[in-house]
Design a protein around this ligand. Structure first.
Ligand code: ATP
Ligand code: MG
Length: 395
């Protein structure tokens, strides 16, 4: 039947023209950079942090700002991250302002950068002249030197040109540089007024502790913004619109509601399930207009979860018996009351063993805390995992 391509995308960040809602969050990232402020953006995995950053970057860049957006996880060492900051600054500014290489190097002179420009490939490459292994904590010092250089560079620009540094997966910087990195970053950037900083990360303990605990250097350095679920009405309308546009019959909202429920409204999983429903519909042969139904959604979920079986099997078998029991209890109790002594007793465990199992599962990104309405519920980071457990383990 229809030859339209599947509109539902999962994995990879979305651009400003593709994302549902996130208007406020995107505006906050933009104003942080325009005003030279600091923002920590924290949210569970796959809720759409990177898409927000990308949208804000696209809007700001279109309006003439200089935005450097990096993913800290892509750089195994702080040195490499620093090189990337300098390269990105140089590339952006060279393209935009036609600044000479010497001028750019001057701002980062403490790093003794050697910038070369390959006229054929039109690429800049940078090597740092300082030896990062010479002294302890030298890499962290390099990072703050780079940030100071960026501020100096931004100050040389007309006031109307915002300059921003966005570091995604910021917890990786702290994991690599330790508490020393936090303290030095704070010391450097609390004086900066021109560059806007946005640091984003998943709601891992590292990121939350870093910004929520009084004793930590980055506490209250800037605004903290938590990324919650997408507004369900808007998400549901978006799904329905796209199924209908694809030529499929979707007379009621019940099936898309079911997609949202089964995927627990996690944007990545919602898109994945919607994508697979679309494929099921397209594969339906016959002359009639294929119809989106709750049954079809459930069948698509089963197929989706089955397709992920090797991955879930591996995750499951890697867990200790206590961790497996804990996950079964989280499913049974829908994540509530898991820290009670009653919960521990019902599993035949000491409270401390149950707590350390939960911590282990959080550190492995299998469970996350979901604080809402004055209570904390434990949830699966991947909402399809409990479906697999029900299908394969419990049965
Ligand atoms: N606003 C949105 N509207 C629709 N779908 C979205 C939205 N945000 C995220 N998604 C879906 O979630 C997927 C993951 O988004 P993104 O990479 O931005 O999340 P993330 O929070 O950065 O994830 P990770 O924790 O893995 O870094 C996207 O590919 C898309 O399928
Ligand atoms: Mg991301």
């Amino acid at each position: 039947m229809d030859s339209k391509s599947n509109p539902f995308r999962f994995g990879g960040d979305l651009g400003a023209d593709e994302i549902v809602d996130r208007v406020e969050e995107t505006a906050l990232v933009e104003s942080t950079i325009r005003n030279g402020e600091k923002l920590f953006l924290i949210g569970p995995r796959r809720f759409g942090k990177t898409s927000i950053l990308r949208s804000a970057d696209e809007n700001l860049t279109a309006a003439g700002a200089v935005v450097l957006r990096l993913d800290a996880e892509a750089y195994p060492t702080i040195d490499m991250l620093v090189s990337k900051i300098v390269t990105a600054a140089a590339t952006r500014l060279k393209g935009k302002l036609d600044l000479g290489i010497e001028q750019i190097s001057r701002f980062f002179s403490r790093l003794k950068p050697e910038i070369t420009y390959d006229g054929v490939e039109q690429e800049l490459s940078i090597s740092l002249g300082v030896d990062s292994t010479a002294k302890e904590n030298r890499p962290v010092k390099l990072l703050t030197d780079a940030l100071d250089g960026l501020e100096a560079l931004a100050l040389s620009q007309p006031r109307s040109r915002p300059v921003g540094l966005i570091i995604d997966e910021f917890q990786a910087v702290v994991a690599r540089g330790g508490i020393e990195a936090e303290a030095q970053i704070r010391a450097a950037i609390q004086e900066h007024r021109r560059v806007g900083y946005v640091f984003a990360g998943s709601q891992t303990r590292i990121m939350t502790d870093m910004t929520q605990r009084h004793e930590r250097p980055l506490y209250r350095l800037g605004t903290n913004r938590f990324i919650g679920p997408l507004p369900a009405d808007e998400f549901s309308a978006y799904l329905l619109r796209h199924f209908r546009r694809g030529g499929f019959a979707a007379p009621t909202a019940a099936p898309v509601q079911s997609i949202l429920n089964l995927a627990e409204e996690v944007p990545f999983n919602v898109q994945m399930l919607a994508h697979n429903c679309w494929e099921e519909l397209r594969n339906k042969s016959g002359s009639k207009q294929p119809k989106l139904t709750v049954q079809l959604v459930e069948a698509a979920l089963r197929r989706t979860v089955n397709g992920l079986d090797p991955w879930y099997t591996e995750s499951w078998t890697r867990l200790t018996t206590v961790q497996q029991k804990t996950l079964l209890a989280v499913i049974r109790r829908q994540g509530t009351g898991m820290s009670s002594s009653e919960a521990a007793r019902s599993l035949g465990l000491a409270v401390s063993s149950l707590q350390s199992a939960i911590r282990g599962l959080q550190d492995q990104n299998i469970l996350r805390d979901d604080p809402a309405a004055g209570r904390i519920r434990l949830r699966f980071v991947d909402p399809f995992f409990p479906h697999w457990v029900r299908m394969v383990v419990i049965r």
